[in-house]
Design a protein around this ligand. Structure first.
Ligand SMILES: CC(C)(COP(=O)(O)OP(=O)(O)OC[C@H]1O[C@@H](n2cnc3c(N)ncnc32)[C@H](O)[C@@H]1OP(=O)(O)O)[C@@H](O)C(=O)NCCC(=O)NCCS
Length: 145
């Protein structure tokens, strides 16, 4: 589990990986502190190489994957998939009946990961990502258990 002690390192990675859409310090702090969230980091040689978070309110049918990111040099080795699977296991264990996430329409790599985990696109938020005016796809996976 990530803690507030990871905040500074996470913000450096966040701004590098998402130069146009980086979370604010306040947003990241909220995610790390939320009693209803599950925020994980993956470390290699004491450096964070990936992070991801999910959110679920008690009793809600819906859980959300809030973010997932792998540093450029660690990509393509199964780290993102393993992290994503851990977040999905947490969502399932919380009793969520479905999981939602947003992804940029131009992020085909992430979409492929989500499709491989049974997610389908259920809605499009036109021009959600500004100023680039890129659509957001809302993807959903229903959980059977
Ligand atoms: C999306 C991301 C998390 C994937 O992490 P990763 O560790 O590189 O992914 P993995 O090696 O675990 O591969 C998982 C799946 O992603 C897809 N994938 C990974 N790299 C890919 C590539 N270069 N091209 C196409 N699909 C790819 C594949 O479906 C792959 O499954 P497969 O190996 O069975 O085909 C990573 O690319 C990343 O951090 N990107 C920048 C941040 C980002 O876009 N986050 C998502 C925001 S919604």
């Amino acid at each position: 589990m990530a803690t507030l002690a990871d905040l500074d390192a996470l913000m450096v990675l966040e701004r590098t990986i998402f130069p146009d859409d980086a979370w604010s310090v306040d947003g990241m702090t909220q995610e790390l502190s939320s009693p209803h969230g599950h925020f994980l980091v993956v470390e290699h040689d004491a450096e964070i190489v990936a992070y991801g978070g999910a959110h679920h309110l008690p009793g809600d049918d819906v859980a959300d994957i809030q973010t997932i990111a792998v540093t450029a040099s660690a990509r393509g080795k199964g780290v993102g998939a393993a992290l994503f699977d851990e977040l999905m296991t947490w969502c399932s264990g919380r009793g969520a009946k479905r999981v939602l996430l947003d992804v940029r329409a131009d992020n085909l790599v992430a979409q492929k990961l989500y499709q491989s985990r049974g997610f389908d696109t259920i809605a499009v938020r036109e021009g959600y990502y500004q100023p680039a005016h890129v659509d957001a796809l809302v993807m959903e996976r229903r959980l059977t258990s």
